[in-house]
Design a protein around this ligand. Sequence first.
Ligand SMILES: NC(=O)C1=CN([C@@H]2O[C@H](COP(=O)(O)OP(=O)(O)OC[C@H]3O[C@@H](n4cnc5c(N)ncnc54)[C@H](OP(=O)(O)O)[C@@H]3O)[C@@H](O)[C@H]2O)C=CC1
Ligand SMILES: CC(=O)[C@@H](O)[C@H](O)COP(=O)(O)O
Ligand SMILES: [Mn+2]
Length: 382
Amino acid sequence: MKKKLSLLGSTGSIGIQTLDVIREHSERLQLEAVSAGENIKELRNVIQEFSPKLVSVKLEQDALTLQREFPKVDFSYGSQGLIDVATYSTTDTLVNAVLGSVGLPATLKAIESGKHIALANKETLVTAGHLVMEAAKKHQVTILPVDSEHSALFQALNGEKLEQVDRLILTASGGSFRDKSREDLSNVSLQDALNHPNWSMGAKITIDSATMMNKGLEVIEAHVLFGIPYDQIDVVLHRESIIHSLVEFQDTSVMAQLGTPDMRVPIQYALTYPDRLPRKEAKRLNLVEIGKLHFEEMNLERFKALRLAYDAGRVGGSMTTVMNAANESAVKLFLQEKISFLEIDEVIERAMMSHGTIAAPDLDTILEIDAVTRKSIENVIN
Ligand SMILES: NC(=O)C1=CN([C@@H]2O[C@H](COP(=O)(O)OP(=O)(O)OC[C@H]3O[C@@H](n4cnc5c(N)ncnc54)[C@H](OP(=O)(O)O)[C@@H]3O)[C@@H](O)[C@H]2O)C=CC1
Ligand SMILES: CC(=O)[C@@H](O)[C@H](O)COP(=O)(O)O
Ligand SMILES: [Mn+2]
């Protein structure tokens, strides 16, 4: 029987690669419901090729326009639209590839309606990891990581006992500015920041990678998913992005997952787990061709955003909500060329310093803190 899927963020980098996987394994996977933001041109192609029964967009006007073009499809919009897609009655799994904490309510509703989750949307786990994991436990659904490092950790932990883990080691490419000193960063351009050395990704995560906040989000994501304390989660700079992450056990054995940098591998694994299906035309890893792999210690003064994320994770509660919201706002302002690259860290640090942490915030509190944090940053800058 085919696995029936909902997909949030079908027009983005992960969304498009998820559609590649569905296309390649259409004997196993079927798309039932999809969402997009504002890229209606790309969405039209998705509707024509995959014939989803329900489609959601960000704006009501776009839903009305598309409804006229596709009268047999149901349309929805806005935040309720994301929930409608995530909880669509005939699906068993939600692929969450939307960008940012806007994906949180839909993830929680999907879990409450018994959907398994293939999760790329790491901001959801950073902003409210405790709510997502508690709900998943209560409703007995699995959260399968799509993020390449967490897919690697999940595979390295397969069949192992978590209490016998000594360390999780996340690898970081170093991003667009890995060979620059902090002083060199004062005048870098948006265009240079968007030039990732190894991965082709959406704009926001590419900037996160350059600031190293992406790895900070991933440290918190790893803590939430696997329950390993922050003192046992390390990051190592690995410029080739061939080793996607590693687990060191108490007997000193280290398990790693390797592969060419191609997100369709972890996406497919999350959608067909525990099977490993063949992939047509995929580039295989050739270690002889690569020759050497490099590893460097991570400098938390140079990559300040990573230190801020460890700080936020250790404080816990609503502090990670604030850090995530401040980062989303700061990156948005940098993408609009309203602040400089180094101001991204400053904005996040200021937001964290002025926040009084709430230990175990509920959903309404998280949504309010997220909104207030964004508003206070965007009001000051705009
Ligand atoms: N790209 C990658 O390789 C990786 C990404 N991730 C994570 O996956 C997630 C998606 O990243 P990526 O694919 O790069 O991002 P993109 O920016 O490429 O895509 C984001 C998607 O979300 C949609 N979207 C954005 N805002 C809204 C909104 N307010 N309402 C509804 N839809 C919205 C966009 O719609 P539209 O374009 O139509 O406006 C688009 O479909 C992020 O959490 C990222 O950290 C994790 C690992 C790797
Ligand atoms: C592909 C993926 O999972 C990204 O999150 C990737 O990790 C970004 O690369 P770096 O953050 O290591 O630069
Ligand atoms: Mn990653």
